[in-house]
Design a protein around this ligand. Sequence first.
Ligand SMILES: *Cc1c(COP(=O)(O)O)cnc(C)c1O
Length: 384
Amino acid sequence: MNSNDNNYTKMIDKYVTGKILVTRSSMPSFEEYCDEIRDIWDTRWLTNMGPKHKKLQEELKSYLGVEKIDLLTNGHMALELTMQALGLTGEVITTPFTFASTTHAIVRNGLTPVFCDIDPEDFTIDVTGIESLITDKTSAIVPVHVYGNICNIEEIQRIADKYGLKVIYDAAHTFGETYKGRGVGSFGDASCFSFHATKGYNTIEGGAVCFKDRAFGDKIYDLKNFGIHGPEKVESVGANAKMNEFSAAMGICNLRHVDEEIAKRGSVVGRYHERLDGLDGIRLNRYSPDVKPNYAYLPVVIDADVFGCDRDDVYSVLAEHNIFARKYFYPLTNTFECFEGRFDPNDTPEALKVSKAVLTLPLYADLTVAEVDRICDIIISCKK
Ligand SMILES: *Cc1c(COP(=O)(O)O)cnc(C)c1O
């Protein structure tokens, strides 16, 4: 392709088809949202566990197949307050192949993250590495269900039971999934979801924690509402992490369409598989047959030695065509500047390798076959 052609392609991308970003937030129609929020103008009940909050909480409990759930401002506060409510101390075993939030929630609770490597096949915690990291200071395991792949739940629970550890799942990527027919949020002591705009299901900003123990639920409620029990009664030192009514209304609307959105994402993922499966040097994520997938992400791992160019090259070529994939998760959380000198990423060599080779491709319900084909054509053209 000569440079004129290239400029032309760029112009077409920019003015005709526009940019393709890694994700595009799901939204109901404007009218549907207006209908849902209309009564907020009558009641003036904007936040503090109003009718929308209550309604969404009930609907999600049933949709996710969990016993108990509480809604929060975002997924991060769900994680951070869950760790606080469980009274964790000392060390927490987790992985660095995650979003900043998981590690930050641990550190912000005054706990020490101890990093276990990942299984490079499904990117979740390598359960064979957990037991050797347990010390007399360990209080919990915080595994992440990465890209919708679900951790080895049975083995994690076996280890937790053997050593008396709590298990908190970062379930931010697994909205609506089931594992062996059970809602993914029903495992461990608690599972935390994110309903951020960029996630498969959103409440603009939002999150939830799913759990079974009533006493834990009381603590979470206190932590998300200042520990206030009445106009003149403050029982504990809580924070503020309540989901507001406008977010809950968005959640109610989006929940009506989420199955359809997931089905559409599934077709997009199917098209990527048709185009890229069997291309030497590229590996697409595969869900285990035990999982009912939500198609939240489409990560591909690029083996530069076989493919002929590396992840960063493919990322740049796509970007030249106004297609913005994401290096997700890169960098590893144990390499962040804010932790300089505290951790050694060589302790988690598989995670380090994957973080340099993985690219998350654009994926959302309304991504067209033509757009997927264009993305795949560009990726295929990168192969040397
Ligand atoms: C999005 C995300 C979070 C944080 O959720 P927010 O709602 O953005 O606070 C935590 N963990 C993982 C793995 C995530 O992807």
